[in-house]
Design a protein around this ligand. Structure first.
Ligand SMILES: [Zn+2]
Length: 631
C-alpha cells in the first residue's frame, strides 16, 4: 500500500513519494535459478535500473539538474494570478521537474533496497530525500497562492486554458476544497512546528518494540530455539504442535504485557495529538479529518463496521470449521494461524507467470497481452537474497518509464498469490498511465488495493476449477477464507478499535495501557465469538499493530478487498460491459475522488450491499468446504 500521510502537502506542491504496496507477504525460501541477472550494480538484483539511468554518474547529474531548476520554480511565486497562461506555464514547469525528481528518487530507493547493508546506495537515497525536501520548500507557496486567487479566478482560468482543463483542473479544485480547514500563515506555521513533537509517541513505540522490550527465547518441542521478536513470532505462531503455539503466544504477549503502561502512554499521547490537530483545523472529529483527505463519505466507514458486525456469525462458523478440521477439542486464539490443509505443490517463476496470464484471461485479451509483455521485461526482482529488503512492493512513481516490482517469492502457492497481487498493482499503474496525464495518473490509497485483490480472486477461482484432488480444493477454499478473515474481518476489527479509542480521546476519557487493553479485549472477544477462548495476555495485541500510528489507514484494506472481490465477481459472472466497467476504474487513476470513481462503475461503498455480498461469499465458501468434508 501507499503510505498515507495526513500531513502531506496539498495537491500541487512537491512531496516525497512512497513506494506502493508493502504487503510483507511471503518472504521465505531461497530461490535463484532461471532469472537473467544483471542490473550491473553487482548486487545480484535482476531488475534493470538502466531504464532510469545508465549509471550513478548520470543519476547524480540529474539530481543536480533538479536542484539547479529550483530557483526558477521559486521565481514563479506571485505570478500565478497574472493569467491562465501564466498559471499553466508555472504548474507545468513544476510538474515536469517533479517528474524528473521522482526518477532520481526512485532510482536511489530501488538501488538501496537491492542490499540494505550497502552504505553508498543508502547515502544516495538520503541525498534524493534531501533534494525532495528542498523541492518541497521551493514550491510550498503554490497551494497558499492558489487559495488566495480563489475559486472564481481559478475556475475562469481553467475554462480559458486547455492545459489547465486537461491536466490541472482536478488538483486545483481539490486544493480549493480544503480551504476551510487551512489556517492562516501563523496557524499553519504553529502546526508545522508542532509536527515533530506530535511524531514523538510513534518513535517511543518503535523504540520500545525494536529494542527495549526483552524478547524471550523459548525451546520448541523439536528442540529448536526461537527468539520471539516480531519475526520469530510470525514464523512460529502457526506451529503444528499445539503446545508449541500456546507457548509462543503466552511468551510473546506476556513480554508485551510487561510494557503495557509505557505502550499505552505512547498510544494515548498519539491520540491526543490527533485530537489537537483535528480541533485546530476545525474538523468535527479525528475520523472526519482522516476521511476528508480524499473526500471519503463517513458512511463508508460506518457501513463497513456495521456490516462486518452483522456478518460475524459467518466468521464464528469458520472458527468452528477450523476446530473441526484441525481436530481440536476447543478453539483458542493460538489456533488461528495453522493452515487448514497442507499443500506441497511448488511453482517456478515461469509457472507463476503462465498461471497468472491464464487466470487473468477474464480481463480480456488486451490486458493479458500487456501483462505478457510487461512480465517478460526486467522490471521485477523476484526472489529473496541476503541483504535484500524484505516484503513485496510495486513502485509505479516514475510515470514516464515503467513500474518496478520488488518481490520475495516463495515457491509455494503463496508466491503465486504475491506475484498476481503485485502485478495487479503494476497493471493498474500501466493502464492509468496510458489513459491519464501525469498529474492525475496516480491513484489514491483507497483505490490502490482493488486491482491487486481482484487478481487474487481470479487466481483462486482459476486454481479451484483446475484442482485435481479434494485436498487441493480444500486448500484453495481454505486460503480464500483465511484471506477474508485476515483482510476483511480482522482489519475491520482494527478499524473499529481505532475509531473507539479516538472517540474516547475526543471525549476526554483518560486512556492508559490497561484501559486500551480492556477496549481491545472486548472487541477481540466479540469478533471471535462466545465459543472462542482468548486468554488475558492476548489483549495486548493492539501494541503490535504499527498501523495504529498511521491514522485511519487499516479500514482501506477491508474496503479494498470488498471492492476488489465485487469487481472480480462481476467480471466472472458478467460479460464485456462488466469487464469494461472494471477496466474503467483502473483507467481513471487519480482523476477524481475514489468513491466517485467507484460509484460511476456501479459500486457505492457507503451502501451496505458490497459488504453483504462479501459476507455471503464467505458463507458460500464455508458451505463448499463442509460439503467436501461430508462427501
Ligand atoms: Zn498490495
Amino acid at each position: 500500500m501507499i503510505a498515507l500521510d495526513r500531513r502531506k502537502a496539498l495537491g500541487l506542491a512537491a512531496s516525497l513519494p512512497v513506494a506502493a504496496s508493502l504487503t510483507g507477504l511471503g518472504a521465505s525460501g531461497a530461490h535463484g535459478a532461471e532469472v537473467p541477472s544483471g542490473s550491473g550494480a553487482g548486487s545480484g538484483a535482476s531488475w534493470d535500473l538502466t531504464d532510469l539511468f545508465p549509471d550513478t554518474q548520470a543519476w547524480d547529474a540529474a539530481r543536480k539538474a533538479v536542484l539547479a531548476a529550483l530557483p526558477r520554480l521559486s521565481a514563479y511565486k506571485g505570478t500565478l494570478g497574472t493569467s491562465a497562461q501564466a498559471l499553466a506555464r508555472a504548474l507545468d514547469d513544476i510538474s515536469m521537474i517533479k517528474l524528473k525528481a521522482m526518477r532520481v528518487y526512485v532510482y536511489s530507493s530501488l538501488q538501496a533496497d537491492e542490499d540494505v547493508r550497502a552504505p553508498a546506495p543508502q547515502e544516495r537515497e538520503a541525498q534524493a530525500r534531501d533534494m525532495f525536501s528542498q523541492m518541497g520548500q521551493a514550491t510550498a507557496w503554490v497551494d497558499p497562492e492558489v487559495l488566495d486567487l480563489g475559486e472564481e479566478t481559478i475556475e475562469r482560468f481553467i475554462a480559458e486554458n486547455e492545459t489547465l482543463t486537461r491536466r490541472f483542473a482536478f488538483p486545483l479544485r481539490d486544493t480549493l476544497r480544503r480551504a476551510e480547514h487551512i489556517l492562516d500563515d501563523q496557524g499553519e506555521a504553529i502546526l508545522a512546528s508542532a509536527s515533530a513533537a506530535l511524531a514523538g509517541p510513534g518513535s517511543v513505540r518503535d523504540q520500545l518494540v525494536a529494542s527495549d522490550i526483552p524478547w524471550p527465547t523459548i525451546t520448541l518441542s523439536d528442540g529448536r530455539e526461537v527468539r520471539l521478536d516480531a519475526q520469530g513470532y510470525s514464523h512460529s505462531r502457526d506451529a503444528d504442535n499445539r503446545a508449541d503455539r500456546k507457548r509462543v503466544f503466552d511468551s510473546y504477549w506476556s513480554a508485551f504485557k510487561g510494557y503495557e503502561g509505557s505502550l499505552g502512554a505512547a498510544l494515548a499521547a498519539k491520540l491526543k495529538g490527533d485530537v489537537f490537530e483535528a480541533e485546530n483545523r476545525g474538523y468535527e472529529s479525528c475520523l472526519a479529518m482522516a476521511l476528508a483527505a480524499n473526500r471519503i463519505p463517513e458512511g463508508v466507514y460506518r457501513s463497513l463496521v456495521a456490516e462486518v458486525n452483522a456478518g460475524l456469525p459467518q466468521l464464528h462458523r469458520y472458527f468452528q470449521l477450523r476446530r473441526r478440521m484441525l481436530k481440536l477439542p476447543d478453539i483458542h486464539y493460538y489456533d488461528i494461524y495453522p493452515p487448514l490443509v497442507q499443500m506441497d505443490r511448488t511453482f517456478t517463476l515461469g509457472d507463476m507467470r503462465n498461471v497468472a496470464l491464464d487466470a487473468l484471461k477474464p480481463l480480456g485479451r488486451d490486458y493479458v497481452r500487456l501483462m505478457g509483455e510487461a512480465t517478460a521485461k526486467k522490471w521485477m526482482d523476484p526472489f529473496p537474497r541476503p541483504g535484500k529488503r524484505a516484503g513485496a512492493y510495486m513502485n509505479g512513481a516514475v510515470y514516464d518509464v515503467h513500474p518496478y516490482l520488488l518481490l520475495n517469492l516463495s515457491e509455494s502457492f503463496d508466491g503465486v498469490s504475491t506475484f498476481v497481487h503485485e502485478w495487479g498493482h503494476a497493471m493498474h499503474t500501466l493502464i492509468a498511465a496510458k489513459a491519464q496525464p501525469y498529474e492525475t495518473a496516480r491513484y489514491p490509497t483507497f483505490l490502490a488495493e482493488i486491482a491487486s485483490t481482484a487478481n487474487e480472486v481470479f487466481l483462486t477461482e482459476y486454481m479451484l476449477e483446475r484442482a485435481k484432488t479434494k485436498e487441493e480444493k480444500l486448500y484453495y477454499l481454505g486460503m480464500r477464507l483465511e484471506g477474508l478473515r485476515g483482510t476483511f474481518y480482522r482489519q475491520t476489527m482494527f478499524a473499529e478499535f481505532e475509531l473507539k479509542i479516538h472517540e474516547m480521546a475526543e471525549a476526554g476519557e483518560g486512556l492508559s495501557g490497561a484501559s486500551i487493553s480492556r477496549v481491545y479485549g472486548e472487541i477481540l472477544r466479540r469478533y471471535h465469538g462466545a465459543d472462542f477462548i482468548i486468554d488475558a495476555p492476548y489483549e495486548m495485541e493492539w501494541a503490535m499493530i504499527g498501523h495504529f500510528y498511521r491514522f485511519f489507514y487499516v479500514y482501506q484494506y477491508a474496503t479494498s478487498i470488498t471492492a476488489g472481490t465485487w469487481f472480480a465477481r462481476s467480471v466472472l459472472d458478467g460479460g464485456t460491459a462488466e469487464r469494461e466497467n472494471f477496466l474503467g476504474v483502473l483507467r481513471a487513476g487519480g482523476s477524481d475522488y475514489p468513491t466517485d470513481i467507484l460509484k460511476r462503475a456501479g459500486l457505492d461503498m457507503a451502501s451496505p450491499q458490497p459488504y453483504r455480498d462479501l459476507v455471503a461469499g464467505f458463507g458460500q465458501t464455508l458451505d463448499e468446504i463442509e460439503a467436501l468434508l461430508d462427501a
